[in-house]
Design a binder for this molecule. Structure first.
Ligand code: ADP
Ligand code: ADP
Length: 234
């Protein structure tokens, strides 16, 4: 059974009388433990697709199953539970809270889940250590480099032990080397912890860290590429 299975997904945005068909029948399935990239030009529907995969948005039509559960049949509350249980998000612009230090940012998702203070602290420290930020627990985002801020965001994404990380242009705000470091972290989480990674990027080099690449154009998958994994082992 696929972990994520989209069948004939369509999405239309309505602005007043104007309708824009942004996704035009997407079929894709992703197995547990995969690392896949979604590429495509600006406006091709990548963010919309990722928002649907992340249950932040419901498709206009089509079916979407996460671990065999039909997403469109769930209530908003059930959807939020599913999201919390399965998915960690990483964004281009980090989305950290600036008044909180790294530790408090990473603890946040656990607060929403009602996990007690001691356990929260323990798990947040472990997550930050696993991305190499054990020495930066009490730095605020403004005191951290872009790469470090993205690592805090990754720690926040993994602290709830999700099955999947969804990343929207995770290296888009970073220089090339820092971007590669972020990809090395994704590779490690994928290989060692079996976390499924789905990332959107418009950078070819970054996309190639995945094992498969879906090429999106005008709301359709125009090409699906399976890469030779051995060529990019680090
Ligand atoms: P990408 O991530 O590939 O740049 P998006 O999914 O962000 O593509 O957007 C695809 C198209 O949908 C674009 O034309 C964009 O302007 C439009 N779009 C995205 N979000 C909305 C929205 N909330 N309302 C109306 N149009 C939108
Ligand atoms: P990012 O670069 O972080 O992906 P975008 O600029 O693509 O951000 O989009 C930011 C937000 O604006 C998204 O939630 C997207 O759905 C929304 N959006 C994008 N295009 C439009 C549009 N034409 N009309 C309304 N909302 C849009």
């Amino acid at each position: 059974m696929s972990l994520l299975k989209l069948s004939n997904i369509r999405h239309t945005y309505k602005n007043g009388k104007i309708e824009v068909n942004v996704l035009k029948g997407i079929d894709l399935s992703i197995e547990e433990g995969e690392f896949v990239s979604i590429m495509g030009p600006s406006g091709s529907g990548k963010s919309t697709l990722l928002n649907i995969i992340g249950c932040l948005d419901k498709p206009t039509s089509g079916t979407y199953e996460i671990a065999g559960k039909r997403v469109e049949k769930l209530s908003d509350g059930q959807l939020a539970d599913l999201r919390n249980q399965f998915i960690g998000f990483v964004f281009q612009s980090f989305h950290l809270l600036h008044d909180l230090d790294a530790l408090a940012n990473v603890e946040l998702p656990l607060i929403y889940r009602g996990i007690g203070a001691r356990e929260r602290h323990r798990r947040a420290v472990a997550a930050l250590e696993s991305v190499g930020l054990g020495e930066r627990l009490h730095h605020r985002p403004s005191q951290l480099s872009g790469g470090e801020q993205q690592r805090v965001a990754i720690a926040r994404a993994i602290v709830g032990e999700p099955a999947v990380i969804l990343a929207d242009e995770p290296t888009g705000a970073l220089d090339t080397n820092t971007g590669k470091n972020i990809m090395a972290i994704f590779q490690r989480l994928n290989k060692e912890q079996g976390i499924t990674i789905v990332q959107v990027t418009h950078e070819v080099d970054i996309a190639h860290y995945g094992r498969r690449i879906f090429h999106l154009r005008d709301g359709e998958i125009e090409r699906h590429e399976v890469l030779d994994h051995k060529s990019q082992e680090v």
